[in-house]
Design a protein around this ligand. Structure first.
Ligand code: ADP
Length: 307
């Protein structure tokens, strides 16, 4: 395997005696989209901040593009494109000028900046809005503009912190489409998200974090196979009705049962759940569906609210 673009070994960050990131290790390869998933407080943003050199590491090792964040922060920052959660655009300036200000900040020569800005606006379908004030844009357009802006310094690594939070489905799909296009061009992406479908659509590999630890790592397909099973059967029936059915399934190799209030989830890779669903033959009572990343996430991090 090639040398990773980002590599963390035993990475730690403490606030007082509290370890927000507690000795995590991961490697991001050139050109992949790597996701950090986890409930609130898992340590995702803290990890991203260390990668972006806005927060010093508290222990362990971290290398970004072969560089050391504690000594070479400037050189690392020059290689990053940052898409923060908050739009941080200047609402009084027109779209194009927002990008020009950013390009100047990164010291991009004028002619080159003009070229990149035109390309970026076209890529994100914003050319027609170039002279409009940012305040006139929809939420989806502002998100696209922030991503377009992050490309002005031609970054090697794009860091996206919850890139589609708050967008409606159409706008989210358009942003995903653009991000997939960037990935196809070879841009390495780091992504934090709460949306499992977003992670499934975009991530080549991801880690699931919880309380400062990495609980699982892999590509979405393998994680689903390993932690959710190929199919999930949801039983929606009273405790008395479901007890004998669960009795039949208990102890079958590869079957895991989780009872959550009024629904029972049966995870498995084999055929028992399929056969049971066929026998009941009423989708309102027994609903069979493919396993998904949300199942993986909830099984690993639990169903309790964390804040
Ligand atoms: P996530 O991004 O996964 O929601 P964070 O990385 O923001 O999680 O936070 C991880 C933990 O570290 C949380 O418990 C949070 O309260 C704590 N934390 C984050 N930043 C600070 C800080 N500057 N001072 C003290 N505690 C912090």
């Amino acid at each position: 395997m090639s040398i990773p673009l980002i590599e963390a070994r035993g990475l730690v960050k403490s606030y007082g005696s509290f370890r927000a990131v507690d000795g995590i290790s991961f490697a991001v390869q050139q050109g992949e989209c790597f996701g950090f998933l986890g409930p609130n407080g898992a340590g995702k943003s803290t990890t991203i901040r260390m990668i972006c050199c806005t927060s010093p590491i508290g222990g362990g090792e971290l290398h970004v593009a072969g560089l050391d964040p504690s000594r070479q922060a400037r050189a690392i920052k020059a290689r990053l494109g940052i898409v923060p959660q908050e739009d941080s655009l200047d609402p009084d300036l027109p779209v194009r000028q927002n990008l020009e200000v950013y390009a100047r900040y990164y010291g991009v020569p004028r002619a080159l900046a003009r070229e990149r800005i035109a390309e970026s606006l076209a890529l994100f379908q914003l050319t027609e809005k170039a002279e409009s004030p940012v305040g006139d844009l929809s939420g989806g357009m502002k998100r696209r503009l922030v991503i377009a802006r992050s490309l002005v310094n031609d970054p090697e690594i794009l860091v996206l912190d919850e890139p589609t939070t708050g967008l409606d489905p159409q706008a989210r799909h358009l942003v995903w489409q653009k991000l997939r296009m960037l990935r196809a061009r070879g841009v390495t992406m780091l992504l934090t998200t709460h949306y499992m479908d977003e992670a499934s659509h975009l991530c080549d590999r991801l880690v699931i974090m919880h309380r400062g630890h990495i609980l699982a790592e892999g590509n979405p397909h393998d994680l689903i196979r390993d932690y959710a099973g190929e199919v999930v059967l949801e039983l929606r029936m009273g405790t008395g009705d479901r007890a004998p059915l669960l009795g039949e399934l208990t102890g079958i190799d590869g079957v895991a049962i989780e009872e959550v209030e009024d629904i029972v989830y049966i995870f498995e890779a084999g055929d028992a759940a399929r056969q049971l669903a066929a026998r009941i033959a009423d989708p309102a009572l027994a609903f069979l569906r493919p396993g998904n990343l949300e199942d993986v996430f909830l099984r690993l991090t639990g169903r309790g609210l964390l804040d």
